[in-house]
Design a protein around this ligand. Structure first.
Ligand SMILES: C[S@@+](CC[C@H](N)C(=O)[O-])C[C@H]1O[C@@H](n2cnc3c(N)ncnc32)[C@H](O)[C@@H]1O
Length: 354
């Protein structure tokens, strides 16, 4: 009911937290055999937020791209939550009274599906996000909210380290600069000897949008490009004027010399369709920087890179994103996408000991 909904005012990068939440709720409603998160469904229903017209165009577009059978690409990526669940459960099976820290927690609800009745859980995020979280999900017993940046070393002292420390960091480290990620890991090694952390990542070689298209098996690429254009079209119809102006400014600044004849979607579409493949790839790489708000991409090539940063870090595991995800209920097209990605290590979950 409309009057029960909670209006959320949150912009900028932190608004990115709505997308994995939306993805987990989508998965849970449509594909409960893959992943089920009742709290995520409850939260999405509670929030007065238009998930389809967010100020983060890249994710809005991703949420519009669907495979045959209607599985949105973004919700498929949200399956990282399933890998995180397995990792947390395995750790707390050995250390049932451990501390688990959810770094860049957003509105993640992992606690509710892994709780064993004795762990202590911490959800850490920036103060504006923790305010929203508190409003929607008051702290349950054995859960502590920490309103601090992950780069603020003082949060390490807020954690009970008596029974082991496990950390999860979903969709957060890639928003940081490399120097910040290094600083973060050295904080972990200094403060949590024997601590462990899992996080998702996409290798450097797969991080540009050009390489991003390459995550689709060759026979799916044309259809995906068409879906991408359709999603862009849908976005254009509802995007606020300032976002459309941004896109036009960005196209005007592209290194390639051919430019659209006007500033409407039809002009952009006609221009795009005439570009050579090499020009499209170049433009895509520049769009990627734009979509990330100009933030420099931090991307390791694989888990072993962390061990070179600090000899105290060791790799416990690197799991392909869709490993052991039951695929029976999915279309052949989605299964092929998952297998193709896993075989080539396009997206993974890394598990380190610090
Ligand atoms: C894409 S969301 C992911 C949220 C959550 N982990 C999930 O999977 O649903 C990224 C989150 O990282 C948080 N974040 C970004 N920079 C941060 C920082 N320096 N310290 C703490 N949290 C941060 C954002 O506020 C946001 O909630």
């Amino acid at each position: 009911m409309q009057q029960d909904k909670v209006k959320i005012e949150l912009g900028g990068m932190s608004a990115s937290m709505f997308f994995p939440l939306w993805g987990r709720a989508q998965l849970s409603k449509k594909y409960s055999s893959l992943f089920y998160d009742a709290k995520a469904i409850e939260l999405v229903e509670k929030i007065d937020y238009d998930f389809s017209t967010s100020g983060i165009p890249f994710q809005d577009i991703l949420s519009n791209i669907s495979f045959e059978g209607g599985l949105p690409l973004l919700s498929l990526f949200s399956l990282r939550a399933k890998q995180f669940d397995e990792k947390v459960k395995a750790y707390i099976r050995e250390r049932p009274r451990a501390s688990v820290v959810n770094i860049g927690a957003g509105l993640d609800t992992t606690f509710y599906h892994v709780d064993n009745g004795t762990i202590h859980w911490y959800d850490l995020d920036l103060p504006a996000v923790i305010d929203v979280r508190r409003q929607l999900l008051p702290e349950p017993e054995r859960v502590t909210y920490i309103a601090k940046s992950l780069l603020d070393p003082s949060w390490c002292k807020d954690i009970n380290t008596d029974n082991g420390v496990f950390m999860v960091a979903g969709g957060v480290l890639s928003w940081l600069e490399e120097a910040e990620v290094k600083q973060f890991f050295s904080m972990l090694t200094d403060n949590f000897p024997d601590g462990e952390i899992v996080f998702n990542f996409r290798p450097r070689s797969g991080a540009s949008i050009d390489a991003w298209m390459d995550q689709f098996p060759p026979e799916q690429r044309d259809a995906m490009m068409a879906a991408w254009m359709e999603a862009m079209n849908g976005w254009w119809e509802k995007a606020p004027q300032d976002q459309k102006d941004n896109l036009n400014d960005m196209i005007a600044a592209l290194k390639i010399s051919t430019k659209p004849k006007g500033k409407e979607w039809s002009d952009i579409k006609a221009w795009w369709e005439k570009l050579k493949d090499t020009e499209k790839a170049e433009a895509m790489a520049e769009f990627w920087t734009f979509f990330r708000g100009g933030v420099g991409l931090w991307v390791p090539e694989d888990a072993s890179e962390f061990t070179k940063w600090d000899s105290r870090i060791t790799v416990a595991d690197q799991v392909p994103l869709f490993k052991n995800i039951p695929r029976d209920s999915l279309s052949a097209e989605v299964r092929r996408f998952m297998d193709y990605n896993d075989e080539r290590g396009k997206a993974s979950v890394i598990h380190l000991r610090v």
